[in-house]
Design a protein around this ligand. Structure first.
Ligand code: ZN
Ligand code: ZN
Length: 240
């Protein structure tokens, strides 16, 4: 924790705070640049990318535990990439706030347009996050998904349970692994405290970036083994 703080002080000295988009001082992302970040206005099948309601189409649903995916913004947008990476790897916690706003803007749009039952039926939907292992949490000092979940639940009134899933063992960073190794790496990585009854509930899992969906699928598998009806992923962007 202290190391993170020292790191942050040094980073602030070397790189004074300025907007990642336009360089304006004293803010990580100014209001003008935040407004310019586009959001996705369509839901698509997470595999074949055909427009639908965001669920896996019949052809693509084989071996998926996850039911669907909502992706807030295009990863091709350089600014969104910068924001996510700066939050995660330079430990700039403050960026979770504009990123949450992007996610909220997206949810409002999707909610109006698609009337997704998972979004409209608040009382049946539990909002949770992809957990970090305590070791990684100590290194980073915060879970970016948790910060985002915290702000989202205020506006959308979901039943927010950040500790719904726990990470069993320390796994390597998924980004550094091949597709096959990602699956091996995450095998039985997640678990759920048995005391929680989630039967008849739907769950939305927040993560910052989804790539191959391995992590979200592993989380969904555990949630369904514990009685969940339907599990969706909600991410800021999808890379790869
Ligand atoms: Zn700016
Ligand atoms: Zn498909």
């Amino acid at each position: 924790m202290i190391i993170n703080k020292i790191k942050k002080v040094i980073l602030d000295l070397i790189f004074p705070i300025s907007c990642l988009g336009c360089g304006l001082e004293d803010t990580w992302l100014c209001a003008t640049c935040l407004k310019k970040i586009p959001i996705n206005e369509h839901l698509i099948c997470p595999i074949c990318h055909k427009k639908n309601n965001g669920s896996f189409c019949t052809k693509c649903s084989k071996s998926q535990s996850l039911d669907g995916l909502m992706v807030a913004a295009p990863y091709e947008n350089n600014l969104i990439q910068d924001c996510i990476q700066t939050l995660k790897y330079k430990f700039i916690k403050e960026l979770s706030s504009p990123l949450s706003e992007i996610l909220a803007r997206y949810l409002r749009t999707i909610d109006k347009k698609y009337k997704q039952p998972i979004l409209t039926n608040y009382s049946q939907t539990v909002l949770t996050i992809v957990p970090l292992h305590t070791k990684r949490l100590r290194e980073r000092n915060f879970n970016q998904a948790e910060l985002i979940g915290q702000s989202i639940k205020n506006e959308f009134k979901f039943n927010y349970i950040p500790g719904l899933l726990t990470r069993q063992h320390y796994t390597q960073a998924q980004a550094s692994l091949s597709r096959r190794d990602r699956l091996k790496n995450l095998n039985q990585a997640f678990s759920m405290p048995k005391s929680l009854d989630l039967s008849q509930k739907n769950v939305i899992i927040i993560d910052d970036v989804a790539t191959t969906l391995t992590t979200l699928n592993e989380c969904a598998k555990v949630l369904k083994q514990n009685g969940c009806l339907c599990v969706w992923g909600l991410v800021i962007a999808r890379s790869g």
